[in-house]
Design a protein around this ligand. Sequence first.
Ligand SMILES: Cc1cc2nc3c(=O)[nH]c(=O)nc-3n(C[C@H](O)[C@H](O)[C@H](O)COP(=O)(O)OP(=O)(O)OC[C@H]3O[C@@H](n4cnc5c(N)ncnc54)[C@H](O)[C@@H]3O)c2cc1C
Length: 287
Amino acid sequence: MYPKKFDYFLPTSLNEAIKLLHDKEDSKVLAGGQSLIALMKLRLAAPSALVDITQVRDDLAYIRKEKKHLAVGALTPHDNLERDKGVQKLFPILIDAASKIGDQQIRNRGTVGGSCCHADPAADLPTAFLALDPKFVTRGMRGRRSIPSSDFFVDTFTTAVKKDEILTEIQIPYLPKRSGSAYIKHSRREGDFAIVGVGVALTVGPKNVCKDVRISLGAVAPTPIRAKSAEKYLKGKKLDEETIAAGAEKANTEADPPSDMHGSREYRFEMIKVFTKRAVKLALSRV
Ligand SMILES: Cc1cc2nc3c(=O)[nH]c(=O)nc-3n(C[C@H](O)[C@H](O)[C@H](O)COP(=O)(O)OP(=O)(O)OC[C@H]3O[C@@H](n4cnc5c(N)ncnc54)[C@H](O)[C@@H]3O)c2cc1C
């Protein structure tokens, strides 16, 4: 199907892009187009204007080490994230997630910010980011906002980014020493969306006693969520086989998974436990 008629704008600066979004009613940001164009062709989205931000690349596509966090520009393609040496060293969880998105063409075009703003609960990067508790920075006519990760994902395909705002940067706080992170995606075939996705970021003390842990789940609720009961259980305990298994048993407490053609609700409840156990172990092995 062809999309409905729309106006197309190609601003060359962030300010111009923000003004266009503000002035043009029913307009939408176009980044990599890997989700939005498909929705428009199906007429599930029908914006009257697209504001293509790809020419604002220098301002929005970067990965920078700042003093307290790693700054990832929203227009950074998945592939650039995956290949970045700093990310590989600091946040292997993001490599796990980015490398499992669709296929190479999608990873070349799709952007980190696009994936987060699209807010598909089964997408890989939103779940992985949630385990790292980053700040999402936006710019709009009323200035800059910094949104905590707990407030960013509001509902399926809905975030806290306002209509006339652009997500510009994701700020990921560095993990303390003796930390590890991992993301595991359970899907039927390579490149499919997750049936269950699990992200883990943990920090341990001597004898692998868990000082801190964040566990995020994808595809099991309207938004990516944190498995707080499992986190609470694991904190302060020595992470051995038995404890990890007991913690993973609690990981589906906050989940409200759907039943669909890829798996029933009951199946997903079970898979959350299986993949949480594996993801915690993988993160621990990377400390
Ligand atoms: C065949 C196929 C398979 C895929 N498989 C996977 C997969 O396995 N896992 C996975 O996670 N994803 C998958 N994807 C989705 C892919 O990751 C997309 O790249 C991503 O979801 C959207 O990024 P984009 O840059 O293309 O955004 P776009 O499609 O351009 O935009 C998506 C939405 O976000 C908004 N937006 C984009 N950037 C910004 C910004 N900076 N500020 C404010 N709003 C913004 C747009 O207005 C739009 O509403 C797949 C896509 C396809 C086509």
